[in-house]
Design a protein around this ligand. Structure first.
Ligand code: HEC
Length: 156
């Protein structure tokens, strides 16, 4: 992460902490601008492709492939992309704090997975991969229920 991106994220998170955000989990998708929606979908497709590549690499011990793909997920962090001032405002008003926190946690896990790949630690990779999958499900179930109504967060 560049220092500039770091500052931007810090400012963004501060702004979100100060602003009142609703606790109710409502779909975020209808409130996104076309540009943000397209960026997010593009990021998601890249994330999905990387997750698909990681699974066989992980179970066959191709640690470098695990590390490379996990690193790519980490680096695709939507909040680090070139967003204009207006995009930032649009994003802040469209998504609740919980969404940003999940996104942050998810990309942190991706960095940990890349590290586990570099350490050639298969068991750690398995654990982190499963935590990341939990993140996909939680975010889609809570915030993208309009597009993915089949994601069921109930335990039974
Ligand atoms: C912090 C929230 C969040 C997390 C975490 C998350 N997603 Fe998503 N995902 C979204 C949103 C929001 C959309 C819908 C974007 C839209 O339609 O505007 C989406 C859409 C998608 C899509 C459809 C993309 C398309 O072409 O429209 C796929 C595939 C996807 N996610 C895969 C994943 C996978 C795999 C993971 C975990 C490894 C994941 N997502 C984690 C928020 C998230």
């Amino acid at each position: 992460m560049t220092a500039k991106a770091g500052k931007f994220i810090a400012a963004l998170l501060l702004g979100l902490t100060l602003s009142t955000s609703s606790l109710a989990a409502e779909p975020v998708t209808p409130g996104l601008t076309d540009k943000l929606s397209q960026l997010l979908q593009k990021e998601m497709r890249a994330v999905q492709a990387a997750m698909n590549a990681i699974h066989p690499a992980m179970v066959t011990g191709q640690h470098e492939t695990v590390a490379e793909n996990a690193q790519q997920i980490h680096d695709s962090f939507i909040l680090q992309q070139e967003l204009t001032e207006q995009d930032r405002k649009d994003l802040m008003s469209a998504v609740p704090k919980g969404f940003i926190e999940l996104d942050k946690e998810f990309h942190k896990l991706a960095a940990s997975l890349a590290e586990a790949g570099r350490k050639e630690n298969t068991m750690e990779q398995r654990q982190i991969y499963s935590e990341m999958t939990r993140n996909c499900i939680e975010c889609h179930g809570k915030y993208v229920s309009d597009r993915f109504p089949g994601v069921n967060l109930d335990k039974n």
